[in-house]
Write a protein that binds this ligand. Structure first.
Ligand code: UGA
Length: 453
């Protein structure tokens, strides 16, 4: 029974994974190539914001069930299985850059050569179908001098959402194990049985290629669902009295469709969907397939930015020289991650139109500054951000923005106008000021009721 686990790559996936395993009777050794990150974690500080992670990290460090290193030798000596959680960014052509996975497997292989006992390698980074069986196994065989059976190999996709990482690791919908041989799969299954105990989630054991495809298909499907509702939102905007929020509620009541991932808005961003959707398109091309559906999914996502710009322009009668308050910078609430944030994309477009931008975000100001520099004004409070502006755009649906009453906008703004790009406000309550929202049809002047229900 595996008791000692290694985790390579201590980012948004690897650090939560390390801390949760360390909190449930495993001894965990985490590795990151970034020395500064290693030092920070050693001091009990998390390099990324993730709810509950800071407390859990301190706890497992104190209990000495988690330690950090930058030495592969130490990791291999002190563990029986290791999870590779390094990033798989995009190449300029959209394909996956496997550099970090390759590096990690090569480093592991060299240390594996000196290991006398069985060692299980679990790939958790998102990689194109076929990579485990071809590239990864080949490196392991060549560089470790061992053969399958002396080491084990699985692909085990992760489905955790940023901001909800701990919750998703403790209570996943399912576990997918893509295993190259029976023994590797059984050992990984035992690790999860030990971790989940009585509440073991449904599990699917299959080939690595199926598991790799499941990971991509999962993310691409969810992005498609969002683009679908954003397409409906464009229809709603052209129909008097239509509202995409109500349409989403209605179709979501069909159990076959479900309400999740039907929130219309600025579209999908973050470190996963944009890169995985593009990589999937590229992967299709390599197979000689033209995945037109995926192309449209990307086009609709882009169109939502143009859509928001059009609405903003008509609300303030021309964007040039107008002061615009942007509420929300992270790619979604609950995280400080601004990678491929739709909010940042929107701001860049507004700047091109000559608007003056003030921004607020509860967590992501620092990371946003790294991208936007001094092109915008950073505000520490919502009030400061709204003061004397001509338009407020809700770009990320942080819970605190839902609490802002219409009176606050009236009191603080020079010309109160709100564009709700994440559908957090009831349009009826905002009728006294200039208000517009993605997916909201025009209200005929002589009608005031009958929008909802
Ligand atoms: C996503 C998946 O949800 C995870 O299952 C997966 O493990 C992860 O990618 C990954 O591959 O690592 P994440 O990127 O953290 O997780 O964020 P999501 O909550 O999926 O949101 C992605 C984007 O879609 C955000 O920009 C969000 O604002 C947008 N979104 C989400 C919508 O526009 N509408 C919705 O209804 C839901």
């Amino acid at each position: 029974m595996v008791e000692k686990i290694g985790v390579i790559g201590l980012g948004y996936v690897g650090l939560p994974l390390s801390c949760t395993f360390a909190s449930r009777s495993f001894k965990v050794i985490g590795l990151d190539a970034d020395i500064e990150k290693v030092e920070l974690i050693q001091k009990g500080k998390t390099p990324v914001y993730e709810e509950g992670l800071g407390e859990l990290l301190k706890k497992v460090l104190q209990e000495k069930t988690f330690k950090v290193t930058s030495s592969y030798r130490e990791l291999v000596e002190e563990s029986e299985a290791c999870f590779i959680c390094v990033g798989t960014p995009s190449n300029p052509d959209g394909s996956v850059d496997l550099r970090y996975v390759r590096e990690a497997v090569e480093m592991l292989s060299e240390c594996l050569m000196r290991k006398n006992s069985y060692f299980l390698i679990v790939i958790r980074s998102t990689i194109p179908p076929g990579t485990t069986c071809n590239l990864i196994k080949k490196i392991l065989d060549e560089k470790s001098g061992k053969t399958l059976g002396e080491y084990g190999l699985c692909f085990n996709p992760e489905f955790l959402r940023e901001g909800k990482a701990l919750q998703d690791i403790f209570n996943p919908d399912r576990i997918i194990i893509g295993t190259i041989d029976q023994k590797s799969g059984e050992i990984l299954l035992d690790i999860y049985k030990k971790f989940h105990g009585e509440s073991m989630p449904p599990t699917l054991i299959t080939s690595p290629t199926n598991a790799e495809l499941i990971k991509y298909a999962n993310n691409v499907f969810l992005a498609t669902k969002i683009s679908f509702i954003n397409m409906i939102s464009q229809i709603c905007q052209r129909l008097p009295n239509a509202d995409v929020s109500v349409v989403a509620e209605g179709i979501g009541m069909d159990k076959r469709i479900g309400r999740d991932f039907l929130n219309a808005g600025l579209g999908w961003g973050g470190s996963c969907f944009p890169k995985d959707v593009k990589a999937f398109l590229k992967f299709g091309q390599e197979l000689g397939l033209h995945l037109k559906l995926i192309e449209s999914v990307i086009e609709i996502n882009e169109a939502q930015i143009e859509n928001a710009i059009r609405l903003a322009d008509s609300l303030v009668d021309g964007l040039e020289g107008k002061t615009i308050s942007i509420l929300g910078l992270s790619f979604k609430p609950g995280t400080d991650d601004v990678r491929e944030s739709r909010s940042i994309r929107l701001i860049e477009e507004l700047l091109k139109h000559g608007s003056v931008i003030k921004v607020h975000d509860p967590k992501a100001l620092k990371k946003a500054r790294g991208i936007l520099g001094d092109k915008v004004e950073y505000c520490l409070t919502i009030e400061e951000c709204l003061r004397d502006s001509d338009l407020c755009i809700i770009a990320t649906e942080w819970p605190e923005y839902r609490e802002i009453d219409v009176e606050i906008f009236e009191k603080l703004m020079r010309n109160p106008a709100v564009l709700d790009c994440r559908r957090i406000y009831d349009p009826e309550k905002f009728r006294r000021i200039k208000f517009s929202a993605l997916g909201l049809g025009p209200i005929p002047v002589d009608q005031s009721a009958g929008r909802r229900g």
